[in-house]
Write a protein that binds this ligand. Sequence first.
Ligand SMILES: Cc1ncc(C[n+]2csc(CCOP(=O)(O)OP(=O)(O)O)c2C)c(N)n1
Ligand SMILES: [Mg+2]
Length: 366
Amino acid sequence: MHSRVGRPDIKQLAAKSKKQPVVISKATKKNSKTRQSLPLSKDLLLQLHRFMVKSRVLEERLIKIYKSGESYFWIGGPGEEGFGVPLGLLANKGQGIEHDWFHLHYRCTPTLIAMGMPMIDSIRTTMNRATDPSTGGRNFSNHYCYPEWNIAPVTSPIEVQYPIALGTAWVQRREKAKGITVVSGGDAGTAEGDFASCLVWATRKGSELPMLLTVQNNKWGISTHFDSQHGEKFIADRGKAFGMRTNVINGNDVVECYKALQSEYEYIRKHRKPVLLEVLVSRLYGHSSASGANLATQEECCLKSFEQKLLKWDVISEKEIQVLYEEYSQESIQALEKVRQEVAPQSDTIWDHVYVNNENADWRKF
Ligand SMILES: Cc1ncc(C[n+]2csc(CCOP(=O)(O)OP(=O)(O)O)c2C)c(N)n1
Ligand SMILES: [Mg+2]
C-alpha cells in the first residue's frame, strides 16, 4: 500500500467546516446540558448513514469475491460514500432530458446505491454474469449503465466521460429541459485534454451548459501522487479562468457534502450554468485489485467519522449500527449465493450492447 503524503487540505477543510459547531437537542441527547440542534433532520442523517453502510458492505463483499477467485477484477468507491450518496440522493432521477443525466466513473457505487440499485445487480456485474443489467456480464466491476435512470455507461478509458457529458447537457440546454448533467472523474484524469475540452465547451459565453463537473481528488492516479503532477493548489481553481462557479469540499464530511450538493444542484437548475466541484476524498482500498485492494488504515474513513458524530448526537446506538452492518452483510451473502448459480454470457450475445443492428457492430465484416 502506498504511504500517503501532503494531505493538509482535507484537514484544513474539515477544520473550516467545524466553524459552525454542531449542537444537539436536549430531547435527543438525554444527558446533554446544552440545548443543541442537528445539522440535518434525524431521518435524513439516518438515511445517509444507511446508504453509506450499504454501499461499503457491498464493496467489501465485491473485494472478498475478487480475493476468493470468483471475479477477475475489482475497482470501486470505498472512501467516496460521503460524497457519492448525497450525489445520488439529490438527483432528479428518471429517463430522458427532463431528468438529470449521469456520466460517472468507476467509483460510483455509493451514488447508484442511493438511487436504488439492488446489491445483487452490482455483484452480477463484478462476477460477469449474463444477468448483469449494465453490460450483460461483459465489463468490470462498478462499470454501471442504467438507461432508465439516465446512467450513461461507465467507461474504462478514463476522462472520456467529460466531453461525452457535453452532449446531454447541450441537448438539455437546447430543449430548455428541466434536467441537468452530472459528470465525475478522478484527479489524475484531469491532466487529459478531454477534461480541458469539457471546461471550454461548458462555459462558452451565451452558451453555458447546465452541468455539474465533479472531480473526486484522492491525491492519487494509481501510484502517482498528486503533489508531483500539479502546479495549481486546487483543481477547481482551473474553472475560475473559464468564469465558472467553483467549490472545494471535504468528501469525508457527508453533511458538508449534502449541503454543498444541495446548493450546487440548486444553482445549476436555476441558472442553467456549469459548476466545477472538487471533492477531497480518501482512497480506502488502494487503486483496485491490481494494487492489492487492502485497507489503507492511514486514510480517514468518512463512514467511521460520520458514525462517531451520529453516536455523539445520539441519533443512533452502537447496537443499531451493528445490526445494520449485519443486515447488509446477510443481504450481500444471499445475493452472492444466488449469483453463483447464474450463467456467464454466452457467445451468441457477444454483439449485445455494441452498436446494436449497426453495420459496424461486427468487426469481421469490416
Ligand atoms: C485513457 C486512459 N489512460 C490510462 C488509463 C489507466 N488508468 C486507469 S485508472 C488510472 C488512474 C486514474 O486516476 P484518477 O483520475 O485520479 O482516478 P482515481 O482512480 O484515483 O479515482 C489510470 C491512469 C485508462 N484507464 N485510460
Ligand atoms: Mg485519483
